[in-house]
Design a protein around this ligand. Structure first.
Ligand code: ZN
Length: 86
């Protein structure tokens, strides 16, 4: 898949920024949904958050060992110790 390949080539910082932006957007959406008391929007926002989390878990990984980088946020992989900036 073209999209999957493009996503795999994303820089780790980009993955992190996208994750935060989408999460924030979903959060705002939940606030809006609560204001309008719209269950449909709440469900949509929760699904968006879930998809965002999956995206983060799948792509925020060390390019060397494939280990999840989690909240390390650092420049080195906590699993193999390699430099993770692609
Ligand atoms: Zn690693």
């Amino acid at each position: 898949m073209k999209l999957l390949k493009a996503l795999k080539n994303l820089k780790l910082e980009t993955v992190l920024v996208l994750y935060i932006i989408i999460f924030a957007a979903a959060f705002v959406l939940i606030l809006i949904a609560a204001f309008f008391k719209s269950l449909v929007i709440i469900i949509f926002a929760l699904l968006l958050m879930l998809a965002d989390l999956v995206f983060f878990l799948v792509f925020y990984r060390c390019p060397h060992c494939g280990g999840f980088l989690g909240r390390s946020g650092g420049k080195y992989c906590p699993h193999c110790g390699n430099w993770v900036n692609k």
